[in-house]
Design a protein around this ligand. Structure first.
Ligand SMILES: CC(=O)N[C@H](C=O)[C@@H](O)[C@H](O)[C@H](O)COP(=O)(O)O
Length: 226
């Protein structure tokens, strides 16, 4: 198997992302968070935005899964071929893109996007962020390298679950087609371990490790409701 994937097998990938208007939206800050995650045992980092990805690539030795977000509705994770090429240009070893069956804003199919990205960056791996098993099946046919459950609960196809969408996890793992990265609302070490037991190749955790505003709100709400 590809050496980048081997480095991620059975491990924890930490997603380090801040959003517009947030105090931590700064490449240096996100890179430091990523370095702290690696020190704690992360075998890979998932990052967003070209500036963050360039800074992470320069400072971090583990594989980086890169993406850009364009808006927050519809197809917004690395939506176009141009976005994919820009992410690959930063040195990210894996490009994460929208892996749903929805029409893409540049009119290309997922298969065309993957093929053109590969033609330009033969060594880059492609992670399809899927919202359902039907998305995952289509993404396999489109030639991606990795399936993510990232968008389960975010595309309207399925209701958002409280924690990970285990039904989608089980269905995508059962395809037996490609490595499955379980991502999306993994909020505890127990859930991360459960993902591995259910056949994940790797687990991606974001909010529960790297988004202090949400973590603080969890505690503040619990105290307010006590
Ligand atoms: C749906 C969407 O936009 N997901 C994004 C994808 O990169 C991020 O906002 C998430 O933080 C990431 O997927 C990790 O998930 P969680 O933060 O739930 O551990």
């Amino acid at each position: 198997m590809n050496e980048i994937l081997e480095a991620l097998r059975g491990g924890l990938v930490v997603s380090c992302q801040a959003y517009p208007g947030e105090p931590m939206l700064d490449p240096r800050t996100m890179t430091q968070i990523a370095q702290a995650a690696v020190a704690g045992g992360a075998v890979g980092i998932r990052g967003k935005g070209l500036d963050d990805l360039r800074a992470m690539h320069a400072a971090i030795d583990v594989p980086v899964i890169g993406l850009v977000k364009v808006g927050s509705e519809g197809v917004f994770i690395t939506p176009t071929l141009a976005d994919c090429l820009a992410v690959a240009e930063t040195g990210a070893q894996i490009v994460a893109l929208d892996g749903t069956r929805r029409p893409r804003p540049d009119g290309r199919t997922l298969a065309e996007t993957v093929a053109e990205l590969r033609a330009a960056f033969p060594d880059v791996l492609v992670m399809a962020d899927c919202g359902s098993v039907a998305d995952a099946q289509a993404a396999v046919a489109a030639g991606v390298d990795v399936l993510g459950t990232t968008l389960a609960g975010y595309t309207g196809e399925r209701p958002p679950t409280e924690g990970p969408d285990w039904e989608v996890v089980d269905q995508v793992v059962a395809l037996g087609a490609l490595p499955v990265f379980v991502e999306g609302r993994v909020h505890s070490p127990a859930q991360a371990a459960e993902a591995m037991r259910r056949g994940a190749f790797a687990v991606v955790v974001g909010t529960a490790i790297t988004h202090p505003t949400t973590l603080t709100r969890w505690f503040a709400d619990a105290i307010a409701g006590a």
